[in-house]
Design a protein around this ligand. Sequence first.
Ligand code: 13P
Length: 249
Amino acid sequence: MMRKLIAGNWKMNGTAADLGEARDIADGARDAGSDVTVMLCPPATLIDRMAGMAAGTPLLIGGQDCHASQTGAHTGDISARMLADAGASAVILGHSERRADHGESNGAVRAKAEAAVRAGLTAIICVGETEAQRDAGEALALVEAQLDGSVPQLDPSRLVIAYEPVWAIGTGKTPTADDIAAMHHHIRGWLTGRLSAGGSEIAILYGGSMKPGNAAEILSLADVDGGLIGGASLKAADFLAIVAAAKMK
Ligand code: 13P
């Protein structure tokens, strides 16, 4: 069985005052055992400090975005190489908030993923439909189109897919267990079809209002290999409760 990955996305939250929560998560990650990988993706300003704090613990650190180039005249941007230099081992790419706020296309996400993998990072590529798309019965097709456009044909061991229905993010709403299982099954089929044997090794995370109260059920579903957690990753107690739920699966 695949090791579960529980990754926290702090989004645009967190200053030095919040590093105590990260320290508690790093300490708690020691109890995660060999079946669960624990990761935090803080804002870029905290990566270096959090990575220093996580050294010697099993906690991994990731970024939330990178540029498609490794250096150059791109004011305000951060490259994958810089994230790796700061202590990150992964980066979230194509999150729906970046697709919406910054107009990131599938092609842009794919170029960033290629840059991330080339810099030695794991690329966590996000896909997911809006509520209108789900209501119109287009969720599977939309996610498939996002995979077609966003996932590079590179080392599958450096790729993770996160299925995050846009309407479930920060809303307290989640799809039914059947809908999550159907989507993850669909994504697994796409991955094995496109990347053959390597596609069965790629972790598929669920994200969107995952909390201590629903984590056990969601993480028990077939082809749900972990979670990408927003709000509930900001407090060590909540996040570690989700890690504990993953450990039981
Ligand atoms: P919430 O867990 O706050 O719904 O956020 C999910 C998410 O967007 C993680 O990337």
